[in-house]
Design a protein. Sequence first.
Length: 234
Amino acid sequence: MNIAFLLFPNVTQLDLTGPAQVLSRLGGGRLDLVAGSLEPVPTDAGFSILPTATYADVPAADILCVPGGIGVAKVMDDDAAMAWVAQVGAGAAWVTSVCTGSLILGAAGLIEGYKATTHWAWHEHLALFGAEPTQGRTVVDRNRVTGGGVTAGIDFALTLTALIKGEEHARLVQLSLEYDPAPPFDAGSPERAGEELVALYRRRADRLAPGREAELRAAAGRRGRAAPGSRGSS
């Protein structure tokens, strides 16, 4: 079971490293972090990650996983990155994403007609790419599996592990990682965080990624659903 993660500048590292840690325990196969070159890729956490392969090195994979982050709009404007996502996604047994990575899948034409989720602040924008926005930590629609924002990547990866290797194996992985979340605050969703905190987050997000909504609409118009992938179930 070969797994390919897209790695790009200003990725949210936990979108990638959380599910990568879980999926690495599927056993066998290979897990690659794929970028345009083998140069270190800066994340939005202030440190860089080394790719393990380039687009040319990984023309296909059993699992494609696209993380999110403030760099997603620039990925959509990167012809090489989008061509790789579309190519690998068209042949992958599982086409997946975490957080706003689902918007990249959308720009590559890979979730048109599928239910999908993303970070709550960008959920409605899935419709720009012909997807059906669906609330959930993890949303499964045939062979498309999408995770919500950031920390949902661990839930997503455990769900995918269960789909591939069964619930018992997924439970074993959960135990091995001591994944037993007990957050100190009940502010992990906009419904529970309250209007004031949600507004504060939106202001900060707008400063970090100014113009992102316009960029997403431009990407939807520019690339649309030009490269739809296989809709078969796995």
